[in-house]
Design a protein around this ligand. Structure first.
Ligand code: ATP
Ligand code: MG
Length: 436
């Protein structure tokens, strides 16, 4: 066992170097493209390492998504060395090096806010301490300390085949603990998204949060309101999709982090007698967790439908009380709900439109097959997904158990859609497909 000197916040001037004999990271598992980039940079006299999630995942025997490279070469130097590369990013510039479909992201060492003179022209923070810009280049050491969790700050030296650890990440990995680098409260204030990452890495690694890393979460959760809604959409998708949606959802709820993202859903869940809506959401998440990556959009539509169904139906009932018909009332309810929701997590229209359509469709399905009209409902793109959602609702006791099968029978015996040609058809104006 190594004697560890470095720990988060330490003044170490050298990293602990873990030799090949002591770590299980097999360079053969790193993408050859990433290794090529590192070797080329090193040949040119630069420092270059594989770092971040790829190294963490390999050490944990989780298949990595991708491999990032950190270097002391400036973006222009990297760009010059690789013909198929492009400088991207405004907040901080990175280089994407292309190998067919694979992209290796190369980032120049940067420093975070710790120890930076706050009046520096390139450093900006808000009153709550949130960083607006942190694009100052730094040393390898500074690059390690500006990262979020110790597990995410391990540098793999592909030439020596060693791991360079400035922050005690290797010990944390061995002991199975998630620890934020530096003072947790300050780090969450700098970037509240780290609170969401804490939940996500907990589910991904199966490790608990170290006590000081966990403690500030419920208290600081409201800071998420200061993060741009588009960034929260990105993080929310990563949380809800890709296999760990249910665990992440439970983690967010437990830590009070769900409410700032989906306030109306959270409020609804708090008043959810019998837990019907929570059960519905959990089922939608479970379906998503079992689906393939290609189905991500469809899964997300289902999950969000689960989030909004409860509150939307309640607002719908108010409008119905004011004399609106149920379908119009549901549309109106969704319009208001979504407008408010977008201020927290901005969901792109390609996801939101089908969610709205799916929920409006529930109202029609709830009216039963006797109200099916001419049958155009069956040919709506939302019909099949609508029935799947109805099934989930029936499973948790939110819809009659036999309604879904009644609709399936009806669909099987209903006449085929009217012919697409013929004078009557030509004269008729097409209804927009977006809503029912
Ligand atoms: P995954 O790709 O599995 O989601 P990851 O750790 O690779 O996990 P990325 O978002 O790809 O996460 O970020 C790459 C690395 O950049 C992280 O490992 C971490 O070192 C650093 N990083 C990312 N986001 C932050 C942040 N908000 N604050 C500090 N460091 C961060
Ligand atoms: Mg990554």
């Amino acid at each position: 066992m190594h004697e560890r000197k470095n720990h988060p916040g330490s003044e170490a001037t050298e990293p602990v170097v873990i030799p090949r004999t002591e770590h299980r990271l097999d360079p053969g598992q790193i993408s050859t493209s990433a290794l090529h980039v590192v070797r080329r940079l090193v040949d040119q006299g630069f420092l270059a390492y594989v770092v971040g999630g790829g190294v963490r995942d390999l050490l944990l025997c989780i298949p990595p998504k991708d491999f990032d490279v950190a270097t002391n070469a400036r973006p222009e130097d990297v760009r010059r060395l690789f013909r198929h590369s492009r400088i991207i990013g405004r907040r901080f510039r990175l280089v994407h090096v292309f190998f067919g479909h694979e992209i290796v992201e190369v980032a120049t060492f940067r420093r975070g806010s710790t120890g930076v003179v706050r009046s520096h022209p390139q450093f900006e923070a808000t009153a709550s301490g949130r960083l607006l810009r942190d694009n100052l280049y730094g040393s390898e050491r500074e690059d390690a300390f500006r990262r979020d969790f110790t597990l995410n700050a391990l540098y793999f030296d592909a030439v020596q085949e060693t791991i360079r650890d400035w922050v005690g990440g290797f010990d944390d990995l061995r002991n199975g603990v998630l620890r934020l680098i530096g003072d947790p409260e300050a780090r969450y204030r700098e970037d509240p998204v780290r609170m969401l990452r804490a939940v996500r890495f907990q589910a991904k690694t199966g490790f608990p949060l170290e006590a000081a890393t966990a403690a500030p979460l419920p208290r600081l959760a409201p800071l998420l309101a200061t993060v741009p809604p588009a960034r929260l959409f990105e993080e929310t998708s990563k949380l809800m999709l890709f296999g760990q949606g249910l665990r992440n959802f439970n983690g967010l709820v437990d830590q009070g982090l769900f409410k700032p993202l989906f306030p109306w859903t959270a409020e609804w869940l708090a008043a959810d007698e019998g837990g019907v809506h929570r059960a519905l959401i959990e089922r939608a998440l479970r379906v998503g967790d079992e689906a393939s990556r290609e189905m991500a959009d469809r899964s997300f539509i289902f999950i969000l439908a689960g989030f909004f169904w409860g509150p939307a139906r309640q607002y719908m009932r108010w409008h119905v009380g004011e004399g609106m018909d149920r379908v119009a009332a549901m549309r109106r309810a969704l319009q208001v709900l979504m407008r408010e929701q977008q201020k927290h997590v901005s969901i792109p229209r390609r996801i939101l439109d089908p969610v709205e359509s799916l929920l409006v469709h529930q109202i029609r399905l709830d009216q039963g097959t006797a109200q099916a009209g001419s049958g155009h409902l069956l040919h709506h793109p939302a019909f099949a997904t609508g029935l799947d959602f109805l099934r989930l609702r029936a499973d948790v006791g939110d819809a009659p158990a036999d309604l879904e099968s009644a609709w399936r029978d009806y669909a099987a015996t209903a006449p085929a859609e009217e012919p697409a040609s013929g004078p009557a058809r030509i004269r008729r104006r097409r209804r927009p497909r977006r809503t029912l």
